[in-house]
Design a protein around this ligand. Sequence first.
Ligand code: HEM
Length: 345
Amino acid sequence: MKFWRKEKSLIYALHPAKIPASGARLSYTFGLGGIAVFATLVTLLTGLALTFYYVPTPDAAHASVVFINDVVTFGAVIRALHYWGAQLMVIAVTLHLARIVFTGGYRPPRELNWLIGLGLLVVTLIWNFTGFVLRWDDGAYWALLVGTNLFREIPVWGETLYRALVGDTQIGAAALLRFYGWHIFGLTLIGVFGIIYHLWRLRKDGGISRPVLKESETRVFISRDELFSREFIAAALVAAALVLLSVIAPIPIGPAANPDAGVAAVRAPWIFLWVQDLLRVIPPLWAGIVAPLVVLVALALIPFIDRRGGNGRAVWFARERWKPQVLLAVIAVVLIALSVREALR
Ligand code: HEM
């Protein structure tokens, strides 16, 4: 028996016996949620392999990454796969969010799943940043220093939060160990259970929202087997692209972190370039804490700005849902413009 037909398997539980073909159309979802799931799996598996060699102490961390890169068999490819898998996660999740907004997939009864998804986006970004820090090279060290110092700017609770985050009065062994713990255990636990809950919720909410059929059309369904084979083909294509990318574009590592050497010319990881740009023009509390929170709250409000319920017209760019679409477009343009400005400096 095929394993996805086993009634007690998780894959079986997450796939309905049949789903409406209109909701499963590639031109409707672009398979982005599925790609995000697959990229997460690749990142988890390659991350597991990396833990066999990575050493989370300031003296040994950088050397252990260099060892993985230069000595361990297939080490450079596994490391690159982990990196590219993680970047694909960020890209797929962000585009998935955009697809939900532009097709109105957030509407009742899907508000809760929208908020869970938003939580997953935050987890994906922090997961990415904590992994970047583990390299313990120049760039990672100073990005960590700048990033964690932002918490000190928070009135009243700032210093306590900082201490909870880095485990000391300054960045050092305790901070590296904590970021390692969050990266491989805490965030993994939240991320994996979050994704399973998100997919279970999707079924509870009646499956993917779908375009309303025209009167002349009859409802067509695809079976669990058909859905699974489509997912399998998509996963194989994404896997091939990731392997190719990892072979032709290995991931560099800078010189080992040296806290005594003074501030290096740091560049934040690409996902936070817009924050780095803002830090040059407005006070740290506003750039590093308030601005990201404002973006997050604005996104969280989307299902409540547009309360048109039911299955409505689940189509791309419906005019009556212009408010969330304009909001997302404005946020995207501003964040991309700030990031490009910082990248060009
Ligand atoms: C690790 C992150 C995520 C994973 C693995 C994931 C996975 C998925 C999958 C597989 C689907 C069904 C297929 C599809 O729509 O492409 C889906 C639907 C959905 N997701 Fe996500 N998602 C993630 C993040 C997000 C984010 C960031 C949001 C929004 C803030 C979100 C909101 C939703 C909603 C509302 C649906 C139902 C859409 C509809 O019915 O049209 N998800 N997700």
